[in-house]
Design a protein around this ligand. Structure first.
Ligand SMILES: [Zn+2]
Length: 497
């Protein structure tokens, strides 16, 4: 018969005692805590054959789900990096004890005396739920070292704790709301989620969607990435409201490209914020949300190309590229989406993987920005006569800075372990990309207002249906992302077989 044992507090090196306890039959544990000294691997390997582990609590008090392959695999040795001091060798650390108490308060404790006996000296269990205000006191009580080598004494200590906690249960007033653990160390998430030089601040997998939305207001290593693009998306909405006051989007056919670039910018910013917020849900959703992010980037690339081609272009460059510019921009936007998705899917490290993502994106940018660069080169007007040009120059500089931070792991490589929350290169990339987008929108809005005579003449007869190409880019990118996410599903399914 399976003995249900929903909480275990382990200390010291429990292997022999646990084995003795397991001889009496399998035990299921929803969570387990140990102080990581001296050999957590031994403890877990001993537990594994007869014990289903739901969560574990490390010495820093961080609670997280245990992934089955990691129970006895090599990465478990990473757990020993968690904080603890030599003085804690035979006791459960106060943070771990407090985390156990929180679980107990959430109703996950209640361990029977029989289970206690089965586990002998190696396990002391909480048998009642303590109340608010008692945690610190309890942890102080739990902290004195358990007598590891004397079963009778350990039993007595365990029972004493039970009685003590039981009395505290009656003394307390209101149950303490369990506080979810929002971040875990790198060793506690699969390598897919690892970021170079970032060792902490990861969110645990397999939580509810609500949990990940709640992390919007918590500190973790994706928080800045979410907020940079979320705030920029809100700023764009505000910009659109202001534009609606001065631009007649319904009646003016020449205003449609302006609307498309604002919409495309909002799309990539909101998709990116969503991806960074929700990708920690699982491996499947990690892939899928970043595929969505790449769809947003493709949409933005085509929107940029269209706005530059429509408003910013000089007639001489228009004459040269008009036949191929928009179809080419649509194709390269899709190609960079497909390349980025494939790079993510294949997880190929090094040059080959990056080539799939960065070469199509670089080609797309070279084409999309060509009307602006051409105009900067040939413009005879001084800066004060063409204020849009200043914004165009800014958007180019911001984009080049963004690209530099995207393709390197600076500055976190200079300060390993110090950029868990702030200072990651990807965050700087986000900031420069937002600045690029804002400068670009100002530039094309000024062009829309000031260059009407030029673009009206150029686009009186448009050789291509740009709305159709825009929808084609959106549709083909979404289909590609969906296809790749199905391949991911199959890959993960095969991995778990
Ligand atoms: Zn990002």
């Amino acid at each position: 018969m399976l003995r249900k044992n929903s909480g275990l507090l382990l200390h010291t090196s429990p292997a022999p005692q646990i084995r003795a306890g397991l001889d009496r039959g399998p035990v299921r544990s929803d969570w387990v805590a140990w102080d990581l000294f001296p050999q957590p691997q031994t403890a877990i390997t001993s537990l594994k054959p007869a014990c289903t582990l739901g969560k574990w609590i490390n010495s820093a008090g961080v609670c997280s789900p245990i992934a089955e392959p990691r129970i006895c695999g090599p990465p478990i040795s990473d757990c020993t990096v968690t904080t603890g001091s030599p003085g804690m060798r035979s006791g459960v650390t106060p943070p771990a004890a407090e985390a156990c108490i929180r679980l107990a308060e959430a109703g996950e404790s209640l361990v029977s005396r029989a289970a206690l006996r089965a586990w002998g000296v190696a396990a002391a269990a909480l048998s009642v739920t303590p109340r608010r205000g008692r945690s610190r006191q309890l942890s102080a009580l739990l902290w004195p070292q358990f007598p590891a080598q004397d079963p009778a004494m350990a039993m007595a200590v365990s029972q004493k704790f039970s009685q003590l906690l039981s009395s505290l249960w009656h003394v307390g007033q209101k149950p303490l709301q369990p506080e979810p653990v929002f971040t875990v160390d790198r060793a506690e998430v699969p390598p897919l989620f690892w970021k170079p030089y970032i060792y902490a601040g990861y969110r645990p997998l397999h939580q509810t969607w609500c949990f990940y939305f709640r992390t919007l207001f918590q500190q973790h290593n994706e928080a800045v990435n979410v907020w940079t693009h979320l705030l920029a998306a809100l700023a764009l909405l505000l910009r659109l409201v202001i534009l609606v006051g001065s631009v007649d989007f319904r009646e003016d056919p020449h205003a449609l490209p302006l609307f498309i670039i604002v919409l495309a910018s909002f799309t990539y910013l909101s998709f990116s914020a969503l991806a960074h917020l929700l990708q920690a849900k699982s491996e499947f959703w990690h892939y899928s949300f970043f595929f969505l992010d790449y769809v947003g980037v493709a949409v933005y690339q085509f929107g940029s190309a269209l706005a530059h081609f429509y408003y910013a272009i000089e007639p001489s460059w228009h004459a040269q590229v008009q036949a191929i510019f928009l179809p080419m921009a649509a194709f390269l936007a899709w190609l960079s989406c497909a390349g980025s998705c494939y790079n993510k899917y294949s997880q190929k490290p090094g040059l080959l993987g990056r080539t799939c993502q960065e070469v199509p994106s670089a080609l797309a940018y070279a084409l999309d920005i060509s009307p602006v660069v051409h105009r900067i080169i040939v413009s005879p007007l001084p800066a004060e006569d063409d204020p849009a040009l200043l914004y165009h120059k800014c958007q180019v500089v911001f984009f080049l800075l963004a690209a530099a931070f995207f393709s390197t792991v600076m500055p976190e490589s200079w300060f390993p372990g110090s950029c868990h929350i702030f200072g990651q290169g990807h965050q700087v990339f986000h900031v420069f990309l937002v600045l690029c987008t804002l400068a670009q929108l100002e530039a094309v809005t000024l062009d829309y207002q000031a260059r009407k005579p030029i673009y009206e003449a150029l686009h009186a007869r448009c050789p291509h249906n740009f709305s159709g190409l825009f929808l084609l880019t959106v549709g083909s990118s979404i289909l590609t992302a969906l296809l790749l996410s199905q391949l991911v599903r199959r890959k993960l399914h095969q991995k778990t077989k």
